[in-house]
Design a protein around this ligand. Structure first.
Ligand SMILES: [Zn+2]
Ligand SMILES: [Zn+2]
Length: 251
């Protein structure tokens, strides 16, 4: 099923529509992988994993997956928000050893196949410093599913919908994932949530400023209730809206 409109997934009361997709509760588990986050979304006995952490964090990723009951049989999807080494570092291992189906945008394919990340246009001193520490290489691979446009996939027996949509700017093929409860996983489209402060900022690396602004606006139109970020803690929808309204997310 392919959907391209930006209406929030949550506009309709599920009890009135009887839509079975909206009835299934999901659990979100943040996996802290030292330098970045990955997220498990659980529906019934099935899991989707959003991002995979850096190559060096594989031991921790594996033990966290096992602790939460993820197996080769119940891991249905691995979605990569983008191809940077701190997000795609373990995708190949999960694909080869766990038989995971890895989903990424078509524009990220060449980086994923080469196993090489470019950190474009650092924003500010901190970003310049960070650039020196970011691992450039990771195990390269070919994703199982490449997206050319937005797509809604389903998770578990209840067909819980995960809407994947294209949000270029940090990288060309960056993706966000929206759940029916208004949660949006924004990867590195935004930065923030550090030390539990409910704030957001522009990412450290911006490949295309205009595209980034459009993508942030696209997320805003969805009126998210909660944003999960590729680094740091979650941010409320109201803190995000406030940052947009006060011009904090403009250069
Ligand atoms: Zn990144
Ligand atoms: Zn990152």
């Amino acid at each position: 099923m392919i959907q391209t409109d930006d209406a929030p997934l949550t506009t309709t009361d599920p009890s009135r529509t009887g839509d079975p997709r909206r009835k299934s509760p999901v659990l979100i588990i943040r996996l802290d992988l030292f330098v970045s986050n990955a997220f498990l979304v659980r529906s019934g006995e099935s899991f989707a994993l959003i991002d995979t952490g850096a190559d060096f964090a594989f031991g921790r990723l594996r033990s966290l997956l096992e602790r939460h009951g993820v197996t080769k049989d119940n891991l249905e999807h691995v979605i990569l928000t983008h191809s940077h080494s701190d997000h795609a570092g373990n995708a190949r291992r999960l694909q080869r050893s766990w038989g995971a189906q890895v989903i990424a945008h078509d524009f990220e394919i060449s980086s994923l196949r080469r196993g090489r990340s470019e950190f474009d246009r650092p924003l500010g001193t901190m970003a310049h410093l960070l650039k020196g520490f970011m691992p450039r290489t990771f195990p390269g691979f070919r994703p199982d599913v490449t997206l050319f446009e937005d797509r809604t996939i389903t998770l578990g027996r209840d067909n819980y919908p995960l809407r994947i949509f294209h949000t270029p700017g940090h990288t060309k093929g960056h993706l966000c994932v929206e759940l029916a409860d208004g949660t949006v996983f924004v990867g590195d489209l935004l930065r923030g949530g550090y030390a539990r402060h409910d704030t957001v900022d522009l990412p450290y690396f911006i490949q295309d400023e205009l595209q980034l602004a459009k993508s942030i606006e696209r997320v805003r139109r969805k009126r998210p209730t909660l944003l999960h970020l590729g680094h740091g803690h979650e941010v409320t929808g109201s803190a995000f809206q406030h940052a947009v309204m006060t011009g904090k997310l403009k250069r």
